[in-house]
Ligand binder design. Structure first.
Ligand SMILES: Cc1cc2nc3c(=O)[nH]c(=O)nc-3n(C[C@H](O)[C@H](O)[C@H](O)COP(=O)(O)OP(=O)(O)OC[C@H]3O[C@@H](n4cnc5c(N)ncnc54)[C@H](O)[C@@H]3O)c2cc1C
Length: 350
């Protein structure tokens, strides 16, 4: 029997980081995806870089933001392993404080770290990964698993927020990986409307309807006004879910007033500085539940045992964010757990 290969379903950062790690260990890798997912939109991600920050503080912030619904072992793994990113990426020096973080922790490269990292990995691996552009069905995954027991399958299909009509996600992200998990015997947790992170400030009008206006501008002089023109005075101190809840309970839309934000800050965030008043509303943005994994990204069955040969990483998994994802942790989770899944799958190939 041949040695087998690592088969990755999903071509966002989780999938490509898994490919990178598996190739580095000499594995034969196939990656199948029907798009780039949400990863190219990541402008910044969390990594403790400032002297006043630490892995321990990062863990506590993540658990508190998730209202203590996250799995501590997964959170500790993500926060500890995020330190590796400092050696792998040339962050540009700006460190911003997302809603809910006690210190500034969100790092980037020109506010486009997702697209830049994805392009770099794809370029570096162009001769090493067999890429197929198409949609994979759960039945196909099941058949592959039976036909190639010596291969390892990594599910990295992202979240399910694309199924909502007003969402920040593309419509093809509708949770296909959860159905794959089901046919393979892997457990899922928190797959419901409660485990959906709303982005509070998403454009409701014009050609860019569904595109978020970043909330970190609330730390740069931006104001958020309710439908009567009253300011949400504490907006910058709220978690994203608290702010979304306040807007939804108060008419459903708000006005994001960027008049006082310095032009340089808007340019830094790739925004048009002439656009100062934007009508916004909360929209489903990230799913928080998904496939149950351990810290090595094995997909687990209902009894907590690894399903042989099956791994999962990124937004398709449960447990990292609890009931509310701290801004910047989506990218960090995809990067860190993608690498772990690829490394572990390649290690277990024999
Ligand atoms: C607009 C926007 C901005 C964001 N900004 C940030 C940010 O600044 N910082 C941050 O930390 N997080 C941010 N996030 C969240 C972050 O983008 C995600 O958490 C992260 O990209 C998830 O990575 P992933 O690889 O798991 O999934 P994705 O990047 O979504 O990739 C999923 C992949 O699976 C593929 N796929 C799905 N189903 C199938 C199928 N059946 N067959 C084949 N392929 C399939 C998709 O085509 C895609 O390639 C943002 C999200 C959005 C929507």
């Amino acid at each position: 029997m041949s040695k087998g290969r690592v088969i990755i379903i999903g071509g966002g950062l989780a999938g490509w980081r898994a490919a990178e790690a598996a190739v580095a260990l000499g594995a034969s890798v196939t990656l199948v995806a029907n798009g780039d997912g949400n990863s190219p939109h990541i402008h910044a991600l969390n990594c403790p870089v400032l002297p006043e920050d630490s892995v321990e503080l990062f863990v506590e912030d993540t658990l508190r933001c998730g209202r203590y619904g996250a799995d501590r072992a997964l959170v500790e793994t993500m926060c500890r392993e995020s330190l590796q990113l400092r050696g792998q990426y040339d962050f540009d020096g700006t460190v911003i404080r997302p809603l809910g973080c006690s210190v500034a922790r969100c790092v980037s490269i020109r506010h486009a770290i997702g697209a830049i990292a994805l392009a770099e990995i794809k370029k570096a691996l162009k001769d090493d990964v067999d890429v197929e552009s198409r949609t994979v069905t759960p039945e196909e995954v099941q058949a592959l698993h039976s036909a190639e027991p010596q291969s390892r399958i990594i599910i990295a299909t992202g979240g399910w927020c694309g199924k909502y009509s007003f969402s920040t996600n593309p419509s093809y992200l509708k949770g296909d990986g959860l159905l794959m998990a089901e046919v393979l015997g892997a457990a899922t947790r928190g797959v419901d409307d409660v485990h959906v992170q709303y982005e509070p400030t998403v454009r409701v009008e014009g050609p860019r309807r569904g595109v978020p206006v970043i909330t970190t501008l609330l730390h740069e002089g931006a104001r958020l006004l309710d439908i009567k023109g009253n300011e949400y005075a504490d907006a910058a101190r709220l978690n994203k879910d608290e702010l979304s809840g306040a807007i939804l309970a108060n008419g459903g839309t708000a006005t994001y007033d960027l008049s006082a934000v310095p032009e340089g800050k808007l340019l830094e965030c790739n925004m048009d500085p002439s656009e100062r008043i934007i009508k916004v509303a909360p929209a489903p943005h990230s799913s928080l539940g998904g496939i149950v994994i351990d810290t090595q990204c094995h997909a687990l069955d209902c009894d907590g045992n690894p399903v042989p040969g099956i791994f999962a990483c990124g937004e398709v998994t449960a447990g990292v964010h609890g009931l509310n994802r701290m801004g910047g942790n989506g990218g960090t989770a995809a990067m860190v757990f993608g690498t772990i899944a690829g490394r572990q799958a390649a290690t277990e190939l024999n």
